[in-house]
Ligand binder design. Structure first.
Ligand code: AMP
Length: 215
């Protein structure tokens, strides 16, 4: 299954992608995670990307496209993938289409997780991520057993720098102006399913699976 998950920041794309990896037997490919790993490793790409990420702006295509193409060419992505955070613009979607066409592949589905703007800031500002395994929590909606410690691996929980309120507002605006046009783009190609993004993670997973025709 070659799947794209669309949705504003904080819609739950990362949580859902990780849950779906097992059912779909396909790896999550999250552009934001790849960029954060490059920032941590202080690669040239990471150092360049960081300034954009800290502002909540999109990282330029010349940094993102090569990184995604390389990831898609790895063995575990040959029979399917779950793209999370990419594409973020119509231009990126067009490049993705050409990358896949060169490999005689195409997307099977695009699922958009729809969440209203006012919900997003509330969700993201309480979000905490495990530094070790990447598990995500919310201080109110899904608190860890011990504050600052991951239930799964005891790793340290942290708040992403770009999850601070001002940056979240910038990211929401970027989504509205640059990413939401993808809803029309994929709507026209007949690949899009929109699902309601409010509810427990398991309910949302069920909605996605039913949009994919898997029950
Ligand atoms: P995310 O983890 O998907 O919320 O992404 C975090 C940040 O990484 C975004 O705010 C952007 O600065 C950058 N980013 C992630 N994916 C992309 C992309 N496809 N194109 C441009 N910038 C991206």
């Amino acid at each position: 299954m070659r799947l794209v998950l669309l949705g504003p920041p904080g819609a739950g794309k990362g949580t859902q992608a990780r849950m779906l990896e097992i059912k779909l037997q396909a790896p999550q490919i999250a552009s934001g995670d790849l960029l954060r790993a490059a920032v941590r490793k202080r690669t040239a790409l990471g150092l360049h990307a960081k300034a954009f990420m800290d502002k909540g702006a999109l990282v330029p295509d010349e940094l993102v496209l090569g990184m995604i193409e390389e990831r898609l060419s790895q063995p575990d992505a040959q029979s399917g993938f779950i793209l999370d955070g990419f594409p973020r613009t119509v231009a990126q979607a067009e490049v993705l289409g050409s990358m896949l066409a060169r490999r005689k592949e195409r997307l099977d589905k695009v699922v958009a997780i729809m969440v209203p703007d006012e919900e997003i800031v509330k969700r993201i500002s309480g979000r905490r991520t495990c530094r070790v395994c990447g598990a995500m929590y919310h201080v109110i909606y899904d608190p860890p057993r011990n504050m600052n410690m991951c239930n799964k691996c005891n790793g340290e929980l942290y708040q992403r720098e770009d999850d601070a309120e001002d940056t979240v507002r910038a990211r929401v605006q970027v989504y509205a102006s640059s990413t939401s046009p993808l809803l029309d783009y994929y709507g026209q190609s007949g690949l899009l399913a929109k699902i309601h993004g409010i509810g427990r993670a398991e309910e949302i997973e069920r909605r996605i699976l039913s949009a994919l025709g898997i029950d």
